[in-house]
Ligand binder design. Structure first.
Ligand SMILES: [Zn+2]
Ligand SMILES: [Zn+2]
Length: 116
C-alpha cells in the first residue's frame, strides 16, 4: 500500500459512461476493469485497452472499440471524463503517465506541445 496503483484509475465505460471497477478473481492480479451496467461486455485493461469479454464473432465485428493511445508511451488510454462541459466532451487519460487527451482540444495539440 501507499503507492498509487491501477486500482485508483477512474475508468469509465466508453458506452455507458459509468465507472468501471476491478473485478477481483481469486489469484488474478490482472483482472480487467468492468462496467457496472448489467450485461455490458466492455472491459478495460491497462495493457490492451478496451476490449469485449466475448468470443462471439458477430458481436466482436459489430462493436467498434475506441483506440486512443498515448502520444508519449503508446499505452492504450482510458475514458476518464465525459459530458462535463458539452455532450460530446471526452477526456482520455494514460494509465502510465500524466498525459491526457480531449477530443475538443485535438486540433490545438501541436501548438500546445510547441509552447511547452
Ligand atoms: Zn458499459
Ligand atoms: Zn502515457
Amino acid at each position: 500500500m501507499g503507492s498509487s496503483t491501477r486500482k485508483d484509475l477512474h475508468v469509465l465505460c466508453y458506452q455507458h459512461h459509468r465507472k468501471m471497477s476491478l473485478e477481483f478473481q481469486s489469484g488474478s492480479e490482472n483482472a480487467p476493469f468492468r462496467c457496472c451496467e448489467p450485461g455490458c461486455l466492455i472491459r478495460y485493461d491497462t495493457s490492451q485497452g478496451y476490449f469485449l469479454d466475448t468470443q462471439d464473432k458477430t458481436t466482436l465485428e459489430q462493436e467498434i472499440l475506441p483506440r486512443v493511445s498515448c502520444s508519449v508511451d503508446k499505452s492504450p488510454m482510458y475514458l476518464a471524463e465525459s459530458q462535463t462541459r458539452t455532450k460530446s466532451y471526452r477526456l482520455w487519460k494514460c494509465p502510465e503517465c500524466v498525459a491526457s487527451w480531449t477530443n475538443e482540444g485535438a486540433s490545438n495539440e501541436l501548438e500546445r506541445k510547441a509552447e511547452a
